[in-house]
Write a protein that binds this ligand. Structure first.
Ligand code: BMP
Length: 276
């Protein structure tokens, strides 16, 4: 069956990258394809929101560099919460430099991302050398990489042949590249004339998901979990402000309620897609 018709459990069995396998197993075990993106600037808010949404998510997406009172205890607490609630961690670093530089940015500095983040991502703009640089650090640690094949923003340049090249880069590095940040499945994208469809399973993680808004004032565009998972065949919905958004931040019950709501919507769309 096509990848979109297979269950997360079936896909977990055949995936060889440890980060991809662990994510698929977590999704199946907890029956959730929801990733919450926690883009807040105070460590107390960051940890509090994750503790609330933890039971409803497969993955937490972070931008650690926006936490203004960051210290290493944030990472230790995040790891404790990851164990407590059984979710994976994805630092949304969007690497975009030469191989040597990204290897340093991934392994070193204040954040030492590779030491705690199961999954990270990169822009394909520098070409395949960005994958070699990151995999030199991440592969021995069992990490996985997502390439940004598309973006959710108005006027994104990541379309057409750029997206196709991103998929070709991933295909040539399937040990480390586990999938894409994209708005739809990439099955068969970028195949050259005469190339037959390879037996591949890329995870599609999709930001720009919201049930109550169409976008924001800075170019973000939202689609519903149903559009993303059922119609476009994506695997994980990434929701930020839709879950913890301005009004919710102060109110734990509202945050929990939104997390439950997005989890339910995302899972229903998946069940309908695979027919279970
Ligand atoms: P929100 O749901 O609050 O709009 O947040 C979306 C999150 O996903 C942000 O952290 C943003 O950096 C990220 N993101 C995105 O919105 N669109 C993309 O194409 C790629 C992203 O990583």
């Amino acid at each position: 069956a096509s990848v979109a018709k297979r269950t997360y459990a079936q896909r977990a069995v055949t995936h060889t990258n440890p980060a991809a396998k662990a994510l698929l197993e977590t999704i199946e075990r907890k029956r959730t394809n929801l990733c919450v993106s926690v883009d807040v600037t105070k460590q107390a808010d960051f940890l509090r929101i994750i503790d609330i949404v933890g039971p409803y998510i497969c993955l937490v997406k972070t931008h650690v560099d926006v936490i203004e009172d960051f210290d290493w205890s944030v990472i230790e607490r995040l790891q404790e919460l990851s164990t407590k609630h059984d979710f994976q961690i994805f630092e949304d670093r969007k690497f975009a430099d030469i191989g040597n530089t990204v290897a340093l940015q991934y392994s070193s500095g204040v954040y030492k991302i590779a030491s705690w983040s199961h999954i990270t991502n990169a822009h394909p703009v520098p070409g395949p050398s960005i994958i070699s640089g990151l995999s030199s650090v991440g592969l021995p640690l069992g990490r996985g990489l997502l390439l940004l094949a598309e973006m959710s923003t108005k006027g994104s340049l990541a379309t057409g042949s750029y997206t196709e090249e991103a998929v070709r880069m991933a295909r040539a590095n399937r040990d480390f590249v586990i999938g894409f940040i994209a708005q739809q499945r990439m099955d068969g994208v970028g195949l050259r004339e005469g190339e037959s469809s390879p037996d591949e399973d890329f995870l599609i993680l999709t930001p720009g998901v919201g049930l109550d808004a169409k976008g924001d004032a800075m170019g973000q565009q939202y689609r519903t979990p149903r559009e993303v998972v059922l119609e476009s065949g994506c695997d994980v919905i990434i929701v930020g402000r839709g879950v913890y958004g301005k009004d919710n931040a102060a109110n734990p019950d509202a945050v929990r309620e939104q997390a439950e709501r997005y989890r339910a919507e995302g899972w229903k769309a998946y069940q309908e897609r695979v027919g279970i």
